[in-house]
Design a binder for this molecule. Sequence first.
Ligand SMILES: [Zn+2]
Ligand SMILES: [Zn+2]
Length: 346
Amino acid sequence: MMAIGAHAPSISIRERYRDVVSDGWPGVIAPQPDELLSSWLHRLAYANGVAPRAFARVLGLNPGMWSPALDLRLPADIARLLHTHTDISSDHLSAMKLSQGCPKQLLLPLRNSGRRNDSTWLQFCSCCLADDDQSYFRRRWRLATRISCTKHGCRLRDRCPSCHSRIAAFDQQELVPQHYCSRCGFDLRRAPTTRISPATRTFDRCIDDICGLEAITDAPSGPALIRRLLSLPSMSGYYAKRSLTSLSTAARVYCVERLNLPNEWPVESANDDDEEREARRLRRLIPPTGDHRAWIELLANALGRRRGRPASSKGDEPTLKLPDLLGAYVGMSSGAGRTAQKLVGT
Ligand SMILES: [Zn+2]
Ligand SMILES: [Zn+2]
C-alpha cells in the first residue's frame, strides 16, 4: 500500500499474517491436576474464541464425540498439531488421556441410550466446578467405580439437573465455558448437591485409593477385582443382569447402598474377649496401606464372597468380609493423618 502523506503512517504489504505470527495459538491454557484431555481441549477452544463443536474441524475431526474419543486414543498427528500450537509437551498431553495404565473395563462407555437408569460417559461434582478458576472435568469422573466427590463428600452427577441430558461440551455450538449445559444452557456449577451415606462414601473412597489407576492393572488380582466390581449390581441384588458401567450414577449409588455396609466399622470396637480376639485376627490380616497388591487381593476376595453366606474361611485364612476390610481401611487412613470421622462422615 502506498504512503498517503508525509505524516501519515507508512503501510506496506508484508507477508501474510499467518506467515509472520508464531505457530502458537493466542490462547494457551495450562492443564489442571487430573484434567481430562477433552476438558482441556474444550477450554483451549474457548480461550481461542472457537466453540468446541467447531474446534473439531480445526483438528481435522468430524463433530460428534470427537474429544471423548481423543481421551481414549490421541493420534500422533493431532498430538503434534496440539504441541506445535500450544507448546504443551507430548508427555503432558499423554498424561491427560485415559489409555495409559487405566482399567478400560471400568470406564463409562461413550454410547448414549438416553434412558434414565443408563450411564452417561461423564460425571461431575458441581462444587468442584464452582471452586475451579476455570471449570474442568477430572479423569476419575470417567470411572464407573466413582460415585462421590472425595473433596466435597457429595454424590457425583451424570446429567444436567435442568434438562436431564448428558454432559456434551464436545457438542457446544456457543462460545461459552464448558460448565454450561450444551443443550439448555444451565450453569452446572449451580447444580444442587446430593447427599450420599457415609458408608457409601467410604466404600467409594476405599476403592479409589486401593485401586489407583496403575495399581489395579498391574496387580495379579486386578482382573478378578475388576470383574467383581463390574458385577456389583448383581451382588447388591438390584439390576442383577447389568454391568456397573451400564448404570447411571444414581443407580450405582443405589446398588452400593444395598450392600448393607454398616456406618460403624467393626475392627476397632472390641469390647469383650471374643471381639478382642477377632480384632487381633483381623489386624494380622491387614497389609500396610502402601501394599496395593495385597489390598487389591483382599478387596477382590471380600467382593467375591456370596451375599448372605457365612464366612468360608477357617482360622487364619486371609479372607475378610467387606465391612471388616473397610473398617481396617478407615483405621489405617486415620492413622495416616486423616480422622476416621472425616472418612466415614458424621
Ligand atoms: Zn467436589
Ligand atoms: Zn441442560
